[in-house]
Design a protein around this ligand. Structure first.
Ligand SMILES: *Cc1c(COP(=O)(O)O)cnc(C)c1O
Length: 453
């Protein structure tokens, strides 16, 4: 709860740990300031990740009657790294997976089937069969998928808790591509379409093994009250289904993830306690203990705790604009580069020794290494004047950035290290190796060299 009670204090602590980590990364040779070898490295703040997991767990535990079953399933797509999943599992979390690859990662991290949830709009028959054989919870997205579940459930017993994903159609947030609950969203059963409520109630009545309802109505850009509205809709539907069934058939509500992150400061994001507060105002009955809960947070658990450190390789001026050329661009911050208005990132300047850089602000572009003009992490940003060998630190990149790299220009995946600051001493643990040239060649069909001759 500490992180939720004093968000400003914990943001300060995080900024102190960040400065220590940057300095130590230089001192320990993970990144070369000046003209050192390594031009790019990514770090994860282990204490920060643990604090977020603890804040999430505490926010719901304090609001629910003791003994209410709760599973916080981390949305693997936000940071698909096995050691991260393992760390979160150690902190008491499970995994939400949405592809065979993500399921393999969760299993490699040792997350048991009963702590794993499978969503995804395009599950194949083989994926469904495997999930039911393992006992993993599955939320079906549409009527055709439900028909596949009918056949599977009819042919072999399963321990998998099964439910349907509902689109409450409560409306969009500020970012169209991330708005899951619009009238025409591709996800789930569209609750407000004509006849859908009655169809759903009948579908549950006919299938006593459907015991869950799922909604994921939040995401970056969606206000808390609107997220809570989606949960309220699904809670009401569960009441209707159970009334029609004459028993507590739906026993668990999966309320998804989607808590937004403020990318403009260390302190501004809504906390889990605030989200629980918004849920309590919108759906007080959710906390009565009548339903078990599953959550699926991704970005809000990890984004804050990742940072990219990149060396300024060159500086130049073009048409009067100062430009710093770095090694971090579209391959790491894909959304920021392609949709900069929706995904701004802060740029922090450090010198070659890893000390925060002071100086009068100069308007500069921070450019990435890729060969297209738009590969800019920041355009027209006021920063102390940068020189070759300085470092740019990009905070808040722990989710959907370096953990989910993009292969443009065959740029390699950079190394990822976790760090732990013990007083002034910083320890690094390798999480993912830097990708070497042999791996790039192999992934590019190197083994099939003559295939087209
Ligand atoms: C992406 C996703 C999440 C996590 O969303 P965040 O915004 O990262 O918290 C949770 N559930 C489902 C079904 C998702 O697709």
């Amino acid at each position: 709860m500490a992180a939720d009670r004093a968000p400003e204090r914990s943001a300060q602590d995080a900024a102190v740990r960040r400065d220590l980590a940057v300095r130590a990364a230089v001192d320990q040779g993970l990144i070369g300031g000046g003209d050192g070898d390594e031009p790019l490295v990514c770090l994860l703040d282990v204490a920060g990740i643990r604090a977020s997991a603890a804040a999430l767990t505490a926010a719901f535990a304090t609001a629910l009657p003791a003994g209410t079953p709760v599973l916080h399933a981390f949305a693997v797509k936000a940071a698909p790294l096995v050691p991260v999943l393992r760390l979160l599992a150690d902190a008491g979390l499970g995994c939400e997976v949405a592809s065979p690859g993500e399921l393999a990662l969760a299993r490699a991290a040792g997350v048991p089937p009963e702590r794993t949830v499978l969503d995804s709009p395009a599950k194949t028959p083989a994926e469904l069969r495997e999930a039911l054989a393992l006992g993993i919870a599955v939320n079906a997205d549409n009527a055709q998928e439900l028909a596949r579940l009918d056949a599977l459930v009819g042919s072999a017993p399963t321990r998998s808790p099964l439910g349907l994903r509902i689109n409450p159609q409560t409306g969009a947030g500020a970012i169209g591509a991330l708005s899951t609950a619009t009238a025409t969203s591709k996800f789930g059963f569209a609750l407000r379409d004509p006849g859908m409520r009655e169809w759903l109630v009948a579908a549950y009545r006919d299938r006593p093994w459907l015991t869950r309802l799922h909604v994921h109505s939040g995401s970056q850009g969606v206000p808390l009250a609107r997220m809570a509205e989606g949960v309220r809709e699904v809670h009401a539907l569960a009441g209707e289904i159970n009334a029609a069934a004459g028993r507590r058939q739906v026993d668990t509500l999966d309320i998804g993830g989607g808590l937004p992150v403020d990318f403009t400061s260390d302190a501004g994001s809504p906390t889990y306690a605030e989200y629980v507060g918004a849920l309590r105002s919108a759906v007080p009955e959710l906390f009565g203990g009548a339903y078990g809960l599953v959550t699926e947070f991704g970005r809000s658990l990890l984004a804050r705790h990742g940072l990219v450190i990149t060396r300024v390789e060159y500086t130049k001026a073009s048409g009067g604009r100062a430009i710093a050329v770095t090694h971090a661009g579209v391959q790491l911050a894909t959304r920021t580069v392609y949709v900069p208005e929706a995904w701004p990132l802060r740029m922090l300047a450090y010198d070659a020794k890893g000390t925060p850089k002071e100086g009068p602000p100069v308007v500069q572009d921070v450019a990435g290494p890729a060969c297209f003009a738009g590969d800019l992490l920041a355009a027209g940003r006021a920063l102390p004047e940068l020189s070759p060998g300085d470092l740019i630190v990009v905070p808040d990149t722990g989710a959907y950035c370096f953990a989910t790299p993009y292969g443009y220009n065959s740029l390699p995946r950079p190394a990822v290290y976790g760090f732990t600051a013990d007083g002034p001493a910083v320890r690094f643990a390798l999480v993912r190796e830097a990708q070497g040239a042999a791996s790039i060649v192999a992934e590019a069909g190197g083994g099939q060299r003559d295939a087209l001759l």
